[in-house]
Design a protein around this ligand. Structure first.
Ligand code: CA
Length: 81
């Protein structure tokens, strides 16, 4: 979980929310941690909409954590599902 938090924090520059562009950047960084083919999927931009549960155009930390867990849970043990 720490890595997720770390990636989110880096990409959001400590602001607590990321837009679509920052979200793509976050996916790229997660790839470096083993979340392969996440950002290269055509799903990339649709993922943002899926993560953004309240549709405010921003993925906040909670949405990021929940979204990442539901998508990556089975692939990554370090997420700690
Ligand atoms: Ca949101």
């Amino acid at each position: 979980m720490y890595k997720l938090y770390h990636v989110f924090n880096e990409v959001s520059e400590g602001k607590g929310g990321i837009d679509n562009r920052q979200f793509q950047e976050a996916l790229k960084r997660l790839e470096e941690y083993g979340l392969q083919r996440f950002s290269s999927l055509p799903l990339g931009h649709r993922l943002f909409a899926l993560f953004d549960k309240n549709n405010d155009g921003v993925v906040d930390l909670k949405e990021f954590m929940l979204g990442t867990r539901s998508f990556a849970c089975e692939r990554l043990d370090w997420i700690g599902c």
